[in-house]
Design a protein around this ligand. Structure first.
Ligand code: UD1
Length: 374
């Protein structure tokens, strides 16, 4: 049975792995093996997601931890190469745009092992973002490219990446979202709102972790001040990423932040309940722009650009800065916000589409994947 090494490293990868891994396992046409690089290592950033997403323990844990980009990227390559040489997989599957995505595709290609990239083709056109470098380079060496939206196909074509290897399959995050929504009943939903002292649609949910927002002291001060001011009108819930938490302490902002409900990172299911019931969301994450579009919850993205433009054109998302954010919040509170149109193939069927591409290319009797992918 062909062996597929599925690589994850950071929190947003886990929801993308789960639907594909579980389907590959169920269908039993391939042998999927999980490699976790350990880029995220805290229990609540990593293990808890494996539990909630019904994933087994990873087959390989590389324990690379944090470091500068070069250190982290280099360490992952060194450790992942050892796994490749031991497992000799037929295909390496990578997800999203984190450092693990690039490092592992590069290590695999150097050993002539084909690479499939799930969530290919997204572009912010902002090379100051490490994720943009990871996306471009990973796509440029991938053999199979699975795109979440049509803009992804257009971007790849403009970069001269073969159309033959590109498959528009839809958004894999939504597969996990559809599944978890099916497991949330009214009682669980009520229990979560009560636990956090919330009423539906009477609070805002905030997640911020990008270096541009949280590593610069003056920017983080402005954000925390704004949220503190808003907390007079609306309850603010802010589950903090470790990067943000460290900086709130380091910049001496703990007192101002006291007006906001600052929490540890939340479990997936709990987070989705709070997302679904929020009046609006303020974020700089990629995946949350998509989840709010699916859930028809207004989303303010505190960035200059997004690699997910379909959330702007069809969804509930808008880009904001600290100068116009107050006006946007007012519009939302007055009930004057756009409604969503769920993008094509954001339907829970993405893992099925990916598996059927793999089967078509490589099902019983087909040539080995290395030949197919050339
Ligand atoms: C990474 C991804 C980003 C993704 C984000 C989601 C890259 C370049 N960035 O950014 O695309 O949106 O994950 O969360 O791959 N830390 C902990 N515990 C952990 C993990 C990290 O304390 O479990 C600390 C690290 O020590 C570091 C900081 O958080 O100080 C940032 O972690 P890192 O993995 O470098 O990048 P993220 O900001 O999480």
């Amino acid at each position: 049975m062909p062996k597929i090494l599925c690589v994850v490293g950071a929190r947003p990868n886990f929801m993308k792995l789960a639907p594909i891994y579980l389907k590959l396992k169920r269908d039993n046409d391939f042998n999927p093996v999980i490699v976790h690089t350990g880029q995220h290592y805290d229990y609540e950033m990593s293990q808890v997601f494996f539990e909630d997403l019904e994933l087994p323990e990873p087959d390989h844990f590389l324990d690379v931890g944090s470091g500068s980009h070069a250190e982290q990227t280099g360490r992952i390559m060194i450790e992942f190469e050892k796994v490749l040489l031991k497992e000799l997989p037929d295909l390496v599957m990578v997800f999203g745009d984190v450092n693990s995505t690039l490092s592992c595709s590069l290590a695999a290609k150097k050993l002539n092992i084909p690479v499939a990239h799930v969530e290919a083709g997204l572009r912010s056109f902002d090379e100051t973002m490490p994720e943009e470098i990871n996306r471009r380079l990973t796509d440029s060496i991938s053999d199979l490219l699975f795109t979440p939206s049509r803009d992804g196909d257009d971007n790849l074509m403009k970069e001269g990446i073969s159309k033959e290897n590109t498959y528009f399959v839809g958004n894999i995050m939504i597969d996990s979202l559809v599944k978890v929504l099916g497991n949330i009943d009214e009682m669980y939903e009520k229990e979560m709102l009560v636990r956090h002292g919330l009423s539906a649609k009477e609070y805002a949910l905030v997640t911020l972790h990008r270096p541009s927002n949280v590593d610069r002291k003056e920017n983080l001060i402005r954000i925390i001040d704004f949220l503190g001011g808003l907390s007079g009108d609306l309850k603010i819930l802010f589950p903090v990423h470790p990067r943000t938490s460290k900086n709130i302490q380091a910049f001496g902002l703990a007192e101002t932040a006291g007006k906001i409900d600052i929490l540890e990172p939340l479990r997936y299911k709990e987070f989705i309940v709070l997302l679904k019931n929020a009046k609006f969301v303020l974020t700089d994450s990629g995946g949350i722009q998509e989840e709010t579009t699916y859930l028809d919850v207004p989303c303010l993205t505190l960035r200059n650009n997004t690699e997910r433009p379909v959330t702007l054109t069809q969804g509930t998302n808008e880009l904001v800065d600290m100068d116009n954010i107050g006006g946007k919040v007012k519009l939302i509170l007055e009930g004057r916000w756009k409604r969503t149109r769920i993008p094509e193939f954001w339907d829970g069927g993405v893992s099925g589409r990916i598996c059927s591409v793999l089967n078509d290319k490589w099902g019983a009797g087909a040539a080995s994947i290395s030949n197919v992918c050339q």
